[in-house]
Design a protein. Structure first.
Lengths: 192, 192, 192, 192
DNA sequence: AATGAATGAGTATTCATTCAT
DNA sequence: GATGAATGAATACTCATTCAT
């Protein structure tokens, strides 16, 4: 009962997630969706708009992972849960991670579309707020929460960027453990 | 007295550095090199092999930036110099940074070519050794130097990935200052 | 209270008049008319038929410009008024002028459709009759009125063809003045 | 021994001359030339450039027809010969005539390319000079030669525009005779 | 060592039109 | 009367690559 429009989007997403940007051709998407290439244009004006929607979907998915962390009881738990959910997101959807944080094609998209910059900012702010809370509650020492958020996010992005490159352990158990040890190396420095 | 082969490589590199991956077409490279497109095939089997050499060149350049840090007097200075040189590298050659650390096309390359993995490992090990030294000399507390290297490198990559995405301050002065504050936030936690 | 059929025709005409033949796509017409592209087919069998009607409309408009000239008092005035009205027609509707007298697509239409040939002939005959009258009244010397009509029409068409090409003065004042000087150069030769 | 480049040009010309602008597709030209569509791009940058050359060829052909008229003994003969050669040109190459004087696509070309405007002006000036001579030699009465040239050219263009539309006699003998009668109707008015 | 010619597969996109509803 | 979905053919053009010279 999914509409063709949704099917196209899903296929575009899958195509991108499996083959990267260069595999994202209208024709291939159409084949995957079982329709003619031109039929896509009934639903999306052009490739850019379609890709834009794919990216939006990526951000939406990411946000869905993060959001529940807000409901934890303490600032410390909310931060930890945030980091935990972010971890899950990457392991569940590594290509989405790339799409949002890594691919430079997406960066061009980001530069052009204000709404994507907004999406990006929202997730950034989510970290900032979590850190602000931790500083307020005394779990972390006073610091510039925006800059600390940038640091945490940097480490997060870089960490999984290395992971995807194959330069870190590949088993999920190992990478999870290393992730948490790395997180704590940073947080320890920020603590008191 | 540079050979045509070198000219081609240099042009491919310049083309990539200025226009990104999509600008890296055999034709454009040929035009830039002042030769015919087919002449490239005298020197490189195909585009992939040429691109492979571009990536190699990127690694070599990066290594050249890092290496002088070895000559500093103390372990702490050698680490600081390493981080300083890495900073210079990114600001001087942002596209090379992308090429080596960000672009997923390169990651495919990495996966396929052992020599690139080797290059990658060498730069990784450079950090590890610097950190080992710092721990040995008591500048940093004892820890797993490889994992700490991964952490530092992660933060480094993620930081400039955000920078390139336009999510961090864009002026060189500001980004440099933020870089060092971020570095020290991490190192402080690792110190004692 | 205009029917959809009329709306479509009007939009097709406007589209043609503003964007030329290449702008005359069913989709664009539909958008302009505020209906779906397929709805057009309720009213016109295909693009050709629709275009045919546009041309018909062009002829009708042209005829409307010419006709009032019949009511002038003398043969000379009727001829002058005819030439004056034809001038107004071109300056008011240059695209219609193209459509009727210039575009070779229309010529194919003409070749295929007898009714258009008829329309064409009617406007041609209008000139012929005007000239016959002038000869009868002694304003012009006796000659073959059909051939003189062809001459006048030729000059008229060619003149504005050059005008549209940008090879004649572009301001309305100038082109009008040149038009009348040209007309009189011809009429002087035909007079006595 | 004609080069492929020439073959392509010839096929493009033929294609245009036989099917008009809408028949002028790279694919069709390629088929006609017996090469692949992409091979065209080895020789012409794009369709516009190719078409530009076709138009140039048209002007060149036209000029070749006109030029010999310069060698006649008297101004009157030079003018008559010019009109005679122009007649031959149209009857020999009606599509070229359309290309140069009628097709509105060419007008866009004209607007964009200075060299075509120059070609156009040259043929225009040819008439102007002929008329100036006739006025100087007393064959025609003193008048503005540029404006008279515009008039003659207008009549010429319009005349054959009607001819191509099928609104004038189609046999070569008849059209030639009518042409000369029309020419003389104009020249008589300009004489003394 | 290098070139010019050519190719086939591929790109996004537009178009007139058909069909089921 | 009208729509949304879909199609197949066509458009200009780019690309990496091959081949004969």
């Amino acid at each position: 009962m999914t509409s063709t429009k949704d099917t196209i989007l899903a296929c575009a997403r899958d195509q991108f997630l499996s083959e990267g940007y260069k595999g994202l051709s209208m024709r291939k998407i159409a084949i995957k969706a079982g329709i003619s290439a031109t039929a896509i244009y009934r639903h999306y004006d052009n490739k850019e708009e379609l890709f834009h929607h794919v990216v939006k979907k990526g951000f939406a998915t990411y946000t869905q992972y993060l959001r529940p962390a807000q409901n934890e009881a303490t600032a410390e738990l909310r931060l930890t849960k945030t980091l935990s959910n972010a971890l899950d997101f990457v392991l569940d959807h590594p290509r989405y991670f790339e799409l949002i944080f890594v691919k430079s094609d997406t960066k061009d998209e980001l530069a052009r579309h204000d709404d994507l910059r907004e999406d990006s900012k929202i997730s950034f702010d989510f970290y900032t707020v979590r850190l602000q809370e931790c500083m307020d509650e005394g779990y972390l020492k006073k610091d510039n929460p925006g800059e600390v958020a940038a640091l945490l996010l940097s480490a997060f992005i870089g960490f999984f960027s290395l992971y995807i490159s194959g330069l870190l352990p590949r088993t999920k158990t190992e990478i999870k453990a290393l992730y948490w040890r790395s997180v704590h190396r940073i947080l320890d420095g920020l603590a008191r």
